[in-house]
Design a protein around this ligand. Structure first.
Ligand code: GLV
Ligand code: MG
Length: 326
């Protein structure tokens, strides 16, 4: 039997902007520390050439241990399980810097078993190294047809799983989508959003398992308007953040995935008003008018989501609810 759905969203780490940093570049490992990204992921996978992978492991261990990542979620992306590198990526990084690491990102996940493999390996390393067992999370990248088909099982495979991430570039290749421009619509498809099904499928699996849903990269890094447009779509659906590949995309992501000030104020107002009207002092009413709109328990749930995202983004409210007197 599954546990009843929770009505309060659990507090999750902010991940509006998830900055990709190639582990082979000591320069970028240094620079990333000064950028206002919510999360950094130090990469051992596709941004690192095969001959540079070993050196990148050492760079990443050094950067995690000696760098100043204050306030950021620290993640390392290892190579996927069809390669020969994965186990040594995990062992080297977690043995070397497990105490300074928040999560391991597993790319191209195709089944729940792959997540279970990582969970077990992490536990063995944590026990061996005297680290807190279970603290290091898992981020699962959904990047091919097999992964999407198994996304519900992947999401539920381990309590360590914190996020599901859409990997558009690999995904587009995996399904033979006829385009080379990551994130934009494939030419010739003019009847909707070619990514809608994939994004919604990932979002449903994430929400059903209390996880975050993260959108992948937008590769045209000079086109900030394009980044905002594409990010705005997944943010509107409910995604929590997006990958950023360049410093210029960081602020844009932080803004797009935070609620607008007006919406945040409105959400806090609904919460206060609902609290008041359902209390004895407010008349124990379940459905009331707040200005021009009717609010009830479902409004409270929607408001909780927006308020939680606003609080996590550090917004402060600019208006308050005044309970009617008399
Ligand atoms: C990211 O890893 C992607 O494939 O888009
Ligand atoms: Mg990929």
């Amino acid at each position: 039997m599954t546990a009843p759905a929770k009505s309060e969203p659990k507090a999750l780490r902010p991940r509006r902007s998830c900055l990709a940093v190639p582990g082979s570049s000591t320069k970028m490992l240094g620079k990333a520390q000064g950028l206002p990204a919510d999360q950094v992921f130090l990469d051992l996978e596709d941004s690192v050439a095969p001959l540079a992978k070993e050196g990148a492991r050492a760079n990443i261990v050094g950067a995690l241990k000696e760098g100043d990542w204050a306030g950021k979620t620290r993640v390392v992306r290892v190579n996927d399980l069809t390669t020969r590198w994965t186990y040594r990526d995990v062992v080297t990084v977690v043995e070397g810097a497990g105490a300074d690491l928040d999560a391991v990102m597993l790319p191209k996940v195709q089944s729940a078993e792959q997540v279970v493999w990582l969970d077990l390996l992490l536990r063995q390393i944590e026990e061996t190294m005297g680290l807190e067992v279970g603290r290091i999370g898992i981020e699962a990248q959904i990047e091919n047809a097999a992964g999407l088909i198994a996304v519900d099982e992947i999401a539920a495979a381990s309590p360590r799983v914190e996020t599901l991430i859409f990997g558009p570039a690999d995904f587009m290749a995996s399904i033979n989508m006829r385009t080379l421009v990551v994130g934009e619509q494939p030419p010739g498809y003019d009847v909707g959003d070619a990514y809608h099904y994939i994004l919604m499928r990932i979002l449903m699996a994430a929400r059903a398992n209390d996880l975050q849903a993260i959108d992948g990269p937008y590769l045209q890094i000079k086109d900030l308007d394009g980044f905002r447009r594409v990010a705005g779509r997944s943010a509107a659906l409910g995604f929590d953040g997006k990958w950023v590949l360049h410093p210029s995309q960081v602020e844009a992501a932080n803004e797009v995935y935070s609620p607008a000030q007006d919406d945040y104020d409105h959400a806090e107002l609904i919460l206060d008003a609902y609290d008041h009207y359902t209390s004895e002092a407010g008349g124990t009413r379940g459905a009331v008018m707040l200005g021009e709109e009717m609010i009830d328990e479902a409004s409270r749930k929607m408001a909780l989501v927006v308020a939680a995202k606003g609080r996590a983004a550090g917004l402060s409210r600019t208006s308050k609810f005044d309970a009617p007197t008399g």
